[in-house]
Ligand binder design. Structure first.
Ligand code: FEO
Length: 170
C-alpha cells in the first residue's frame, strides 16, 4: 500500500527540515574553524553528515512507499555566534524543535492509520532522545569551565576524534 498523502506531505517537509539542520550545523562548523576550534568544527561537520543521512533515510522511505519526493529550497542559516556555549545552547533548542516536528509527523501517521510510517518514524523518535541527551551533556561540561580556557582546549582536542557512523543503516 502506498504512503498516505498527508504522511507524504509532512515527511517531505521534514526532509527539508533535516537538510536545513545539516546546513545549520555546517555553518556552525565553519564558525568553529574560523575561530580556532578545529575539534568543534569537526564535531559539527559530523553533525552535518548525520542530518544529511536523516534526510536521505526519509527520502528513501518515501520512494520505497511509492510516494513522490519534492525538494524545497533551503532557507538561510545563521552564521555568527558568541562562542561554543551559545552554539550548543542553540543546538539544543533546535533539536527540541526537531523533536516537536518528528512528533507531528508521528501524529499524522497515526491519524492516517499509516502503521508502516508510525513504525518508520520510531527510529527518529529514539534518535531525538539521544541527540538531546548528548547535547545536554556537552552544555553541562562547557558550563563547568564557562566555555573557555584549558577545558575548552581539551574538549576541542577530544572532538577532533569524532567520526561519522551512518546509524541510519544499522
Ligand atoms: Fe535529524 Fe538532529 O535530528
Amino acid at each position: 500500500m502506498a504512503i498516505s498523502k498527508k504522511a507524504e506531505e509532512i515527511l517531505n517537509k521534514q526532509i527539508n527540515a533535516e537538510f536545513w539542520s545539516a546546513y545549520f550545523y555546517l555553518s556552525m562548523s565553519n564558525y568553529c574553524n574560523a575561530n580556532g576550534m578545529p575539534g568543534f568544527a569537526n564535531w559539527m561537520k559530523v553533525q552535518f553528515q548525520e542530518e544529511t543521512s536523516h534526510a536521505m533515510k526519509m527520502l528513501d522511505y518515501i520512494n520505497e512507499r511509492g510516494g513522490r519526493v519534492i525538494l524545497e529550497p533551503i532557507a538561510e542559516v545563521p552564521a555568527k555566534w558568541n562562542g561554543v556555549l551559545e552554539i550548543f545552547e542553540e543546538t539544543l533548542k533546535h533539536e527540541e524543535l526537531v523533536t516537536n516536528l518528528i512528533n507531528a509527523c508521528v501524529n499524522v501517521a497515526i491519524e492516517e492509520k499509516d502503521h508502516a510510517s508510525v513504525n518508520f518514524l520510531q527510529w527518529f523518535v529514539d534518535e531525538q532522545v539521544e541527540e538531546e541527551a548528548t547535547v545536554g551533556e556537552i552544555i553541562d561540561q562547557l558550563k563547568m569551565f564557562e566555555g573557555k580556557g584549558h577545558g575548552l582546549y581539551m574538549m576541542d582536542k577530544e572532538f577532533k576524534a569524532r567520526t561519522f557512523v551512518d546509524a541510519t543503516q544499522a
